[in-house]
Design a protein around this ligand. Sequence first.
Ligand code: PHE
Length: 446
Amino acid sequence: MSKKEDLTSSEKRDSFTSKTGFILACIGSAVGLGNIWLFPYRVGQFGGAAFLIPYIIFIVLLGYTGLMGEFAFGRMSQTGPIGSFKMALETKNKKWGGFLGIIPVFGAFGIAVGYAVVVGWFIRFLVGFITGSAISSADSGAYFGQIAGPFGSIIWHLIALIIVTIVLISGVSKGIEKMNKIMMPAFYVLFVVLVVKVLTLDGAVDGLKYLVFPEWSCLLSPKTWIYALGQAFFSLSLAGSGMIVYGSYLKRDVDIISSAKNTVIFDTLGAFLAGLIIIPAVFAFGLDPAAGPPLLFITIPSVFKLMPFGRLFGIIFFVSVLFASITSLMNLLEVPIEAVQNTFKLSRKLSVAIVVIAAFLIGLFVENGDVLGSWMDFVSIYIIPLGAFIAAVMFFWVIGIERAKSEIECGSEKKLGKLFEISAKYVFVFLTIFVLIAGILLGGIG
Ligand code: PHE
């Protein structure tokens, strides 16, 4: 063993201990607010089952190109976007790659800041259902208004960040991997329980009709395709950040092609289950399936208020959405943590502390519901697609498609065909720019 290898092994970068652990962590990142509070609404808005056609086309295409690319890029460079982009541009004797890498790090951090506030709300609602206050309040709108008002949830926001801090300080294998292995299977089991409960409610059929009745004419509208693309993009966490970082903790014998396939399948399943719970439940009680915070924090609590055993099912619901969102938050925070740890050569504990404290302090300014919406829009419209675009160019063009291909194939029995080269180098890169421009023009599509 050379001296250099010796040195890196003695510093020892933490890693996922198994393929299953890695896949569950990626599913944990992918399944989040995008699946739960955006997907069901979009399906209803853009033609029910007809929307699923472009959605599935895009999610498969993005999984086959962008997702595999981000995993392999991280695994190749053994570091996050800053180190990866630096490495890529150094092959062309350019030195500013690390600087570009700051963009996706800020993207992930920006989303994390807002996500932490929402996770705090979930904890608040879970406690509200346990104590019964969320169900006994006469007006669900006013109940939420108080929580989402200025500084209405500092303590819950703090609790959310303390929970993830404990997990993140424990590291990748002992923290992130372990928690995902518990939370993600539990999420699916609990969501299936809720689907069964909701579909047995009187009137749930109307919601089911709204959800699955295909309005084929919607497929003729470009907007259906654009929103399906944005949805698939955000849902797979394609941002040149989180998936690169998780890939950087991956061993070379793990099959990236099959990991990406599993992430796509389970992410889509998570979205479908969310749709099957939320829309029929809302219809069963004659409520309106609006988008965003009001759906989860006003409409859904009203549903549980009216449903037999609503308090119990409310608890189950908020436990599962808490699991789904906390596992995304871990991934989002891991990006800046890895960057701080690696760039400044700090200890893991100190890096976690710096990032979490910064996220909390900035989060105080976005705790208010309206500010939160604008903040999340800004980051997800401008920074997230830009990060995905730069990462794709770095890997598929600067590192080069041949090397990219062999990095993805490493550890897999399958080989990628010619179709992959075209899809990754041209189609995917084009789609990342398209998402950026369409997002700016339409005020957000993810
Ligand atoms: N995919 C997550 C969701 O659906 C959001 C996310 C985006 C997470 C980018 C990590 C990185 O909510």
